[in-house]
Design a protein. Structure first.
Length: 95
C-alpha cells in the first residue's frame, strides 16, 4: 500500500485521532490548535506506529520540519526537534 492510500485507511485515521486526543489537540511545538497534522518521525513502523513514532504539529511547524528533512543535514535537525518533543512528553508524564 502506498503512503497516500495508507493515510486514507481506517487504521491511520484511528491512529491519528488517538494521537490528537492523547496530546490534547495542540501542536507539540507552538501549541496552536489549528490545522493539526500528525508527523511521522520515520516510516519504519508504518502501519504499526507507536506514540514515539508520531508528533502532532500545526501545518506551519510541519512544513518547517518537512523542509529540514529535504535539505542536506536537515534530517538530523528534524530528528533532534522531534526528540525534544518526545522528551517533553516524558517530562510531563504523557508517555
Amino acid at each position: 500500500m502506498n503512503y497516500g492510500t495508507y493515510l486514507r485507511s481506517k487504521h491511520w485515521l484511528r491512529t491519528r485521532e488517538r494521537m490528537l486526543t492523547m496530546m490534547g489537540a495542540r501542536c507539540e511545538n507552538c501549541e496552536d490548535g489549528r490545522d493539526l497534522q500528525v508527523h511521522h518521525r520515520s516510516y519504519d513502523n508504518l502501519g504499526r506506529e507507536t506514540s514515539v513514532d508520531l508528533v502532532i504539529l500545526c501545518k506551519l511547524c510541519h512544513e518547517v520540519v518537512t523542509r529540514w528533512n529535504r535539505t542536506q543535514g536537515g534530517a538530523k535537525k528534524a530528528e533532534e526537534f522531534a526528540m525534544r518533543i518526545i522528551a517533553r512528553r516524558n517530562w510531563n508524564g504523557v508517555l
